[in-house]
Unconditional design. Structure first.
Lengths: 200, 606
């Protein structure tokens, strides 16, 4: 949470098609309505073709650069394990990490030419300790009946770290962005995500 | 009301608020959303033009008739539109004309990273450079005013991190321009650029640039000076300003909202107020060259700031911190060597019709002259089925030219591939050349019924306009025949055997030929119901039949993966592993079924 208007940095990473863009849009609208200046940067074009995707999200009293400086990330939220590990060095000391427990194999692994990295959870635990959370976003979404809502599960998890924004603003924004037929499942996904985070 | 808008959306909003009446574009990342969003405003006529040159000309015609016009393109699109652009500079405008051009530093989705600011100096037109969405809206609006006031097209330069960044914008209302709509024959000396008239206009252009320079100096509201710590002053424009401001907030700044022409007196004043000046700009030393030429002593610029690739706060910090603050950048020690991680390049979608076609080309061992679009993904291993690609349409001319050198030796060994939209963009000219001048070339039009890579835009052969209204459709077969191609054939690319045979016959012909794919809509084109063509919705690999030969991996399908696990088939053949199909991703195109030599791939029971 931003104190005294300083700019805070949230980095979303994942694989094209996982819904990082929608997640970023929800984040943007909630924080704008909370009175912050926001900036969000994405690269489009290849997103639907299985490439890696990232969103730089910044908020504060006045935000200049849309891009985050390496090593300045306050919050890394990754929608996929390997894509989380790829940005581990971007997180500042004391930063927080939430990772979706989901593997999507990149082409070199599919082809049997490289191995999918092992022991990622341990690597994150070692470096971030209690500031690391793994969330079974895909499992939760599947249990709710639509794997597409894993992104909102992760937004729910992230929302736990904004104590002054109690759930309502998030729910209102989710409802304002999504068509009515998707409200119920996404609201559920959001709450499941909140529950998935245990803060010591 | 404040809303979060993407930069491109904000450019569209600014144009709408400025009373734009005509908007034209050929799609190209990162510019495509400008026109897509503009098309949602009912007051504006919008179109996807066949290419950027046409778009530029339509916009200029609209301007001459008194309408405000916006034409949009990516940086390389302005190369295509350069011919009209350079002379529109002489002709000028009536209704304001804004040329929005979006650069792609770092080449996220482009074949080069040219710096479009150079066109302003080259074409002698003003250039404004917004840094975020609010500026996109504001600068677009003022660009229309500048255009009408100085009788000039105005370049609005964006780039990936402006076009594809979101930030809040205070929305305004639309105001019509009030310009009378008419054409005036008395204006001939200004509108007909024969040498006699153009020589006169040449002087008007120089006069205009002088007037614009004094406007930039005195009236343009977005050249801003901010004097803080005067020990170092930064000159920057666009998103480079935002990055620099973030990294060195305590120092002084001259932010140039108009990067051409430059406000010389304002720059002098800045040099007087700060002790040392650093120029931070992405790509070319455009400002630096000009400011040095004015005689100023620039402390640092491209000697430290990288000119290749995207500028980022990280790059600025690393390249300038030591010089500016005397301290090295402190970076977080690496927790993990992420360079060694498997990369995740984009791939053709599961079921894409380009995949079996590229597999056929690979099987025929042809040298393939390619083009710009999704099919660029066919160059990557394991498909490795494209061997040349420069710009749109270039593959057709390229393969024909290569044939002129190789002669009979090259017969049966080369072909050109391009998409439906690309063919209409710039493939027809070189096809005519191959017929007219005689020689051989086989052009394969991979027709997936949409401009795919840039995000599903309509074109003259899709049957729909930008607004989804029905439109006449170009018939590729008739078009090819009408320019004189005698051998025009169609293939269903999902039938690999037939596709291989047709291509084999046509590339062996000592004449121009054209092959068009049928039954091959883009997998993301919902209205074509692409998956309904496939007999089964999913396939699976019979674990006890697969011999682990890996041949199916060569089709590079995202749904097929290798499982390293020693074992044997039911016939007792030893194997080191087996292939597996992910049912979540498989769409049932059956390309792998045709490639497998052991009949191990079967429909998944539904």
């Amino acid at each position: 949470m931003s104190q005294n208007g300083e700019t805070k940095n949230i980095f979303l990473s994942g694989v094209g098609g996982q819904g990082t863009i929608l997640a970023g849009n929800i984040l943007g609208q909630v924080l704008l309505e909370a009175g912050y200046d926001v900036k969000k940067a994405e690269v489009h074009g290849m997103a639907q073709r299985g490439g890696d995707v990232t969103t730089h999200f910044r908020y504060g009293k006045k935000v200049y650069s849309p891009l985050i400086k390496e090593g300045d990330v306050d919050f890394l939220v990754s929608f996929e394990l390997l894509e989380g590990l790829r940005y581990i060095n971007w997180v500042k000391p004391g930063g927080k990490v939430i990772i979706n427990n989901h593997r999507i194999l990149p082409p070199a692994v599919n082809l049997g030419k490289m191995a999918y990295p092992a022991g990622m959870e341990e690597i994150f635990k070692k470096h971030f300790g209690e500031n690391f959370w793994i969330v079974d976003g895909r499992g939760i979404a599947k249990a709710l009946g639509n794997i597409q809502v894993a992104n909102v599960v992760l937004i729910g998890a992230l929302s736990r770290f904004f104590p002054s924004l109690e759930p309502e603003p998030w729910i209102d924004v989710i409802k304002s962005i999504l068509p009515p037929r998707l409200h119920e499942i996404n609201v559920k996904a959001f709450y499941e995500g909140r529950r998935a985070i245990k803060i010591e | 009301m404040k809303r979060i808008l993407q930069g491109n959306e904000a450019i569209a909003r600014g144009a709408w608020e400025a009373g734009v009446t005509v908007g034209c574009a050929y799609p190209g990342t990162p510019s495509s959303e400008i026109l897509a969003r503009l098309s949602e405003y009912g007051e504006v006529y919008t179109e996807w033009s066949p290419n950027e040159k046409v778009a530029m000309e339509v916009a200029h015609g609209a301007s001459v008739a008194g309408g405000r016009a916006l034409v949009c393109m990516k940086h390389v699109g302005l190369n295509v539109a350069a011919d009209p652009f350079m002379t529109i500079s002489y002709v000028g405008v009536r209704g304001g004309m804004v040329v929005a051009v979006a650069d792609d530093p770092g080449q996220h989705s482009s074949q080069n990273e040219q710096d479009s600011r150079q066109w302003a100096r080259f074409g002698k037109v003003p250039l404004v450079e917004p840094a975020d969405s609010r500026e996109c809206r504001d600068y677009t609006k003022i660009a229309f005013e500048i255009s009408e006031r100085f009788d000039t097209p105005v370049l609005l330069r964006s780039e990936t991190r402006v076009s594809h960044c979101d930030s809040p914008v205070e929305l305004g209302e639309r105001r019509e321009s009030g310009m009378e709509r008419k054409l005036d024959k008395k204006e001939v000396s200004k509108l007909v650029m024969v040498p006699m008239h153009a020589r006169i206009r040449r002087h008007a252009v120089e006069e205009r640039m002088k007037n614009l320079a004094s406007y930039a100096e005195r009236d343009f509201p977005f050249n801003e000076m901010e004097i803080n710590d005067p020990s170092v002053g930064f000159i920057a424009s666009g998103v480079s300003f935002l990055y620099t401001k973030d990294v060195f907030p305590q120092y002084s700044f001259l932010k140039l909202g108009m990067a051409w022409p430059l406000p010389a007196r304002m720059i002098r004043e800045f040099f007087d107020q700060v002790r040392k000046v650093v120029i931070v700009e992405e790509l070319d030393p455009f400002l630096e060259t000009e400011i040095r030429a004015m005689g100023f002593r620039v402390w640092h610029g491209k000697d430290l700031v990288p000119s290749i690739g995207e500028l980022t706060p990280t790059a600025i910090d690393r390249s300038l911190s030591k010089a500016v603050t005397g301290k090295e950048t402190v970076s977080v020690p690496a927790r993990f060597d992420t360079e060694e991680l498997p990369k995740r390049p984009p791939n053709l979608c599961a079921g894409c019709s380009h995949r079996p076609l590229f597999y056929a080309l690979r099987k025929l061992k042809l040298f393939v002259f390619g083009d710009i679009g999704c099919y660029g993904l066919g160059a990557a291993p394991p498909l490795s089925a494209m061997h040349f690609s420069t710009c749109m349409g270039a593959g057709v001319g390229g393969s024909y030219g290569a044939g002129k050198v190789l002669g009979e030796e090259g017969l049966g060994k080369i072909c050109a591939v391009l998409g439906d939209s690309t063919f209409l963009h710039s493939g027809i000219g070189p096809l005519m050349d191959a017929v007219y001048n005689g020689g051989y070339s086989t052009t394969i039009i991979m027709d997936n019924g949409i401009t795919a890579m840039t995000g599903q835009q309509e074109h003259p052969a899709t049957g729909f306009t930008i607004r989804g209204e029905p439109a006449p459709m170009v018939d590729f077969e008739q078009l090819a025949r009408s320019v004189g191609v005698k051998h025009v054939r169609t293939v269903d690319p999902y039938n690999i055997k037939e596709t291989v045979e047709v291509i084999r016959e046509e590339v062996a012909r000592n004449e121009a030929s054209v092959i068009i794919t049928k039954n091959s809509p883009c997998m993301l084109l919902r209205r074509a119901r692409p998956q309904e063509r496939f007999r089964h919705s999913h396939y699976r690999i019979q674990e006890d039949v697969c011999r682990g030969c890996k041949i199916c991996l060569n089709v590079s399908c995202p749904a097929i993966s290798w499982v390293a696990e020693e074992g044997e088939t039911r016939d007792g053949d030893r194997r080191k592993g087996r292939a597996s199909i992910n049912a979540d991703q498989c769409v049932g195109c059956a390309v792998c079924v045709q490639v497998c030599e052991f009949e191990s791939i079967v429909p998944l029971a539904e």
